[in-house]
Design a protein around this ligand. Structure first.
Ligand code: SF4
Length: 170
């Protein structure tokens, strides 16, 4: 990955090599524009993850994926977000914060559970300190499996979601 990033920086090539992924940012943008008017703002919420899922989410903005050039960005406040990308099983301490984050998010309030822990508790399942995934605390629209899911997989899931919204599927 580092080699690929450096090669792109030094050759000025900012095109994503999508061979190892199923979807490119260009495809994502085409699906996204009719729904979100050329911008998608994502608030990433760490609800008690081991941090590996955050690394993959953050990688979406590195020079390889560089989703910002397509109008997709991570934002610091839920008030500026279209979508909550939640990782982790939702620890008890994060339960109230997650609910308040959802309340602060404007419609359409799309919630994505990113990673196995966010889906059902994952490796933390059964612990007294966590919930059973995001949908045991707030409603979830989309799940992205993986431990952790790689950036290409996250993009692929977002594309599918955009397609579903555009075609009126829930
Ligand atoms: S799904 Fe895997 S990588 Fe993500 S928070 Fe859970 S244990 Fe960590």
């Amino acid at each position: 990955m580092l080699k690929k990033i450096l090669k792109n920086i030094f050759t000025g090539n900012r095109t994503l090599d999508v061979k190892e992924d199923n979807v490119s940012p260009v495809q994502l943008k085409k699906k996204m524009d009719p729904v979100f008017g050329r911008s998608l703002r994502i608030r990433q919420v760490d609800a008690g993850s081991c941090n590996a899922c955050e690394w993959e989410c953050t990688a979406l903005t590195n020079p390889v994926y560089d989703i910002q050039r397509y109008g997709i960005d991570l934002v610091a406040s839920p008030r500026h977000a279209d979508l909550l990308l939640v990782t982790g099983p939702v620890s008890r301490q994060m339960e109230l914060a997650l609910r308040q984050t959802l309340d602060a998010t404007p419609e359409p309030k799309i919630v994505v559970a990113c990673g196995d822990c966010a889906i059902d508790g994952g490796i933390y399942k059964g612990s007294y300190a966590v919930n059973k995934g995001v949908d045991s605390v707030i409603p979830v629209d989309l799940v992205i499996p993986g431990c952790p899911p790689e950036p290409g997989r996250i993009m692929e899931a977002l594309v599918q979601m955009m397609e579903d919204i555009r075609q009126g599927r829930s």
